[in-house]
Design a protein around this ligand. Structure first.
Ligand SMILES: [Zn+2]
Length: 310
């Protein structure tokens, strides 16, 4: 055996480790830090650190819409790996996220999956499976690699959540607005939520920790939940500045609270993405808040509340 390298053990630590390697490299060469060039890192880093198992191919492929990407061994050359993303999905942000996701699989899971990993869209998943847990880990890695927490904090500190800020983050990091909002929800101390709507129903939703603890969330994957008819997402009124949003009175999104909604319309208006901001404190003190800090990982939280784990 050659030199022993102590490698990171968790998705977050792997992402932080790569960010640091990248920062040092960029400082030497005077390059921009963002957006992160995942394809180059995948090739260069694996060649340096795992010379017997390098990633030699990073490529777009037209796959069926059920697939986001794949990590596959080279059938012709033992030890080599390839990363593929579905280029039938036109969103650059989603492609970047998938590249990060597949690199995460390579770093975290390749030895458990010598035949490779094919990543389907979330509708194909059985969320209680071990596969789903690997998917959640790869997503965590991708999120932390593309949007390192230190830089992310610098960008959002002192700002109230707004859709304009999310669009700025999306541009800066080369990710979808959805990915930027989810990252923000993970670190904000505000009570806030993303709600993705399709055909008048909530497709999925995700609450910030503080909002969740006050008991506000949707189990949209287990139950069929209609979008509020008065919501911006349903009204699609182009006379309103949907990006800036409106403050809804009680009874629109929540019976007991006023809620600010900002919305963008995607996929030719077939999908809506709403950012909801709730008042700083809940109207009633919820018992969950007394339970102290029970930080759980996203996956456990998903199993409990049925929220989307990324
Ligand atoms: Zn995957």
């Amino acid at each position: 055996m050659g030199k022993e390298i102590k490698l990171p053990a968790t998705p977050q630590r792997w992402a932080i480790h790569l960010s640091n390697v990248l920062k040092a490299f960029q400082a030497v060469h005077g390059l921009d830090h963002f957006p992160v060039d995942v394809a180059s890192i995948a090739r260069e880093y694996s060649k340096q650190v795992f010379p017997d198992e390098p990633i030699t191919l990073v490529q777009g492929e037209a796959m069926s819409k059920n697939f986001e990407g794949m990590l596959l061994p080279n059938p012709k050359k033992k030890g080599e790996w390839g990363i593929f993303y579905n280029n039938a999905i036109s969103s650059k942000g989603r492609q970047n996220y998938t590249l990060g996701h597949e690199l995460g699989h390579y770093l975290l899971h390749r030895h458990q999956a010598p035949e490779g990993i094919q990543c389907s869209g979330r509708d194909m998943l059985d969320w209680k499976s071990e596969y789903a847990q690997k998917e959640a880990q790869a997503n965590t890695f991708s999120s932390f690699l593309l949007m390192p927490l230190d830089d992310f904090r610098t960008q959002v500190n002192g700002h109230k959540g707004s859709m304009e800020m999310m669009q700025h983050l999306s541009d800066r990091y080369g990710v979808s607005v959805t990915a930027a909002i989810l990252k923000w929800l993970d670190m904000t101390d505000q009570r806030a939520m993303i709600v993705v709507g399709k055909e008048g129903f909530i497709d999925w939703a995700w609450s910030s920790e503080r909002l969740l603890k006050s008991g506000v969330f949707y189990r949209a994957r287990q139950e069929t939940i209609k979008m509020p008819t008065q919501s911006l997402a349903v009204r699609q009124d182009m006379m309103i500045d949907n990006l800036k949003g409106v403050l809804h009175p009680k009874g629109v999104w929540n019976a007991n609270e006023e809620v600010q909604e900002m919305t963008i319309f995607a996929d030719q208006h077939e999908m809506t993405i709403s950012l909801l901001l709730y008042p700083k404190d809940p109207p009633f003190k919820s018992y969950e808040e007394d339970e102290g800090d029970s930080l759980e990982d996203t996956y456990q939280r998903f199993i409990k509340t049925g929220q989307k784990p990324y």
